[in-house]
Design a binder for this molecule. Structure first.
Ligand SMILES: [Zn+2]
Length: 305
């Protein structure tokens, strides 16, 4: 999703996260590695520790104008009712993920602003200084918004990794968010393509369409896998069940639909768990085939280590 929130929505997103980072909870370091907390939920994938971080949530009106551009309103209403959700609003979640593996602490995307990601990291017992790598799946505002705190990098010790195609697109196209958040860090960035690795067991998988260089990342450790799907499929009903329904924020709608069909099909066939950036927190689950599309099965107590 791009950062095209209305003012009211932007305020709601801000209100969901404290304006000032909460002090690190005294018990955070001793807290169990798994189990629900309000803004951090940890899973085990082999030897990797994977924590989804709720860095904001907001309601948006008229979801058909976001998720069902090419759909008859009656069909949109019927599908929504069958899945126990309304057509008047959709709740959005913004969910960066931090992966601890082999001495690296790798943050995937940074949320809308530095305060929200810092507060969520604190619930996982981490500070921004602990982050060794920041990976940007793509460069919409709700993914790059936490990179800079005023003119200072939020993650002071981090290296930065992003897709070559994504960087090249925004560098050429120009964009206020890119100029403010990404450009100041360009010297510290390294760029990868489809199949390249960020670290051992962390491999980029192209999923172009949402943006020109949008990347997902496959985690593999000890025979276990999990896909960080970023913005591949942004609503757990509409985008999973109907991958061809056009989404306003997909820059190339046909390519985005093709990426959804290909990668969701692979996840369903191989029964690989998935984390989606905008899925309801904790943003993790499984995918199965259903009719001509897919169904999202939210995580319950899997991957607790
Ligand atoms: Zn997004």
């Amino acid at each position: 999703m791009p950062l095209s929130l209305t003012r009211r929505q932007a305020l709601a997103a801000t209100a969901a996260a404290p304006l000032v980072a909460a002090p690190l909870p005294a018990l955070a370091q001793d807290a169990p590695m798994t189990g629900p907390t309000s803004k951090a939920r940890t899973f085990k994938v082999g030897d990797m520790t994977v924590t989804t971080l709720l860095a904001g949530t907001a309601a948006r009106d008229e979801p058909q104008t976001i998720f069902g551009l090419n759909v008859d309103p009656d069909e949109f209403a019927a599908v929504s009712e069958a899945n126990f959700i309304g057509t008047d609003m959709a709740q959005f979640y913004f969910t960066p993920t931090v992966v601890r593996t082999g001495g690296n602490t790798i943050l995937f995307d940074t949320g809308l602003n530095p305060d929200a990601i810092t507060a969520a990291l604190a619930e996982a017992g981490l500070s921004p200084d602990d982050i060794t790598h920041v990976v940007l799946t793509h460069m919409h505002g709700d993914h790059i918004g936490g990179l800079m705190t005023e003119s200072t990098p939020t993650f002071s010790n981090a290296a930065y990794v992003t897709g070559q195609a994504e960087f090249d697109h925004w560098a050429a196209a120009g964009n206020e968010g890119f100029d403010a958040k990404v450009k100041p860090l360009a010297e510290k960035m390294s760029f990868l393509g489809d199949g390249d690795a960020v670290a051992s067991g962390v491999t980029a998988m192209a999923a172009f369409g949402h943006t020109p260089g949008h990347m997902t990342y496959m985690l593999e450790s000890g025979g276990a896998q999990l896909l960080l799907a970023a913005d591949l499929a942004n609503h757990y009903v509409w985008s999973l069940a109907y991958p061809d329904w056009e989404v306003r924020f997909d820059m190339d709608k046909a390519a985005a639909a093709a990426s959804r069909r290909k990668i969701l099909g692979m996840l369903a066939a191989d029964r690989v768990p998935v984390v989606g950036y905008h899925l309801p927190f904790p943003a993790a689950g499984f995918v199965e085939t259903r009719d001509d599309g897919f169904r999202f099965v939210p995580v319950s107590y899997q991957m607790m280590g």
